[in-house]
Design a protein around this ligand. Structure first.
Ligand code: FES
Length: 142
């Protein structure tokens, strides 16, 4: 084998062996970007301005979760995040600010702001999630 052929093979071998390292580096970059979005497991759901304008924020697929966020009617600086999946048969509840209830359109179950049942047929409370304000964003821990 000539010296030039050996050097070419050596270069090709180095290139091939460094490819997995380069791919792993790219993957760790994208993971850290997602990690910054999900720092501590908190994911942005919407803006504080939209929460205050609409009275609630909702997202039917925030990392696979169907969630709703409101301000706590008893302590407006605090947020309450619930699973918007009705515990009766799985319809999506919506926040009714006039009645201070999450209302299910399917069979008329109502849930209090803390997710507990106000009226059935649902018997189990809505699941609760942690939520917080960071800057102008509402974040939910999913
Ligand atoms: S699915 Fe909500 S009350 Fe039946």
């Amino acid at each position: 084998m000539k010296r030039r052929e050996f050097n070419n093979l050596l270069a090709l071998g180095l290139l091939a062996s460094s490819l997995p390292v380069a791919i792993a580096a790219c993957q760790s970059d994208s993971t850290s970007e997602a990690g910054s979005e999900a720092e501590g497991g908190f994911i942005p759901l919407g803006s504080v301005a939209d929460l205050d304008a609409q009275g609630s924020l909702a997202n039917e697929n925030l990392q696979g979760k169907n969630l709703a966020v409101i301000r706590d009617p008893n302590a407006p600086e605090a947020l309450i995040a619930v699973s918007a999946v009705c515990t009766h048969a799985g319809c999506t509840v919506t926040w009714n600010g006039d009645q201070n209830l999450f209302a299910c359109p399917c069979h008329a179950s109502n849930f209090k702001p803390d997710g507990t049942v106000d009226s059935g047929p649902a018997r189990q409370p809505l699941a609760i999630f942690e939520a917080k304000v960071e800057g102008d964003q509402v974040l939910v821990k999913v």
